[in-house]
Every structure is written in C-alpha cells, then in structure tokens.
Write a protein that binds this ligand. Sequence first.
Ligand SMILES: [Zn+2]
Length: 108
Amino acid sequence: MLPSSPPTTLTLTALALTPSPAPASPPPDTGRGGGAGLWLLLALAGFIWLIAHLVSVRLHPLRTCRACDGTGLHRGHFFTHTMRLCRRCGGTRRELRPGARATGHRDH
Ligand SMILES: [Zn+2]
C-alpha cells in the first residue's frame, strides 16, 4: 500500500508558510500612572479654559443675541414680511453672556 500524496498537502504547506501573527500578549501592567495622568491633564485644561472664560466674560460681557441672530428683529412665521422687536434683546441685538453681570454704566 503506497500512500498517494493527496492534493491537500499543497494547501497545508501554504497554510504553514503564511506568517502567523504573534500571539497578542497583554501589555505589562505597570500598576499606576497612565489614566490618572490623563485625567489630571484634562482637569488642568478645563481649569485653564474656565479661567480664560471668566476673563473673557469680564472683558466682553455682551454677545450677539442668539434669538434674533443679531438682527434685533423677530420676523413673523406666517407673514414673513412682518416683524417686531426681538423680545430677548429688546432690539439691541446683543445680550449678556452667561456669567456676566449687568453693569450700571452705559456704553453709548
Ligand atoms: Zn435679539
């Protein structure tokens, strides 16, 4: 009985030749660091953003009114040629930014 070479040997050798990926070993756990440092960095960035925001609100307490998009007018939805003064800004086209206090002086 002679063992005849089956055609499957070709596919077997092809499979053996394909480089098998290295077994994914989990990275060695260092114990600490990594996550804590990232959170500290995020907190620091948030703190810097908050300070910059407070300074910006103090310097520029007003912003463009978002209700009327700076037009000072509110147009009718049905009759689009009609309009009235924006109730949010009263036609001034600007509104106080959140966190800003209304100052007594008038910039006219
Ligand atoms: Zn407005």
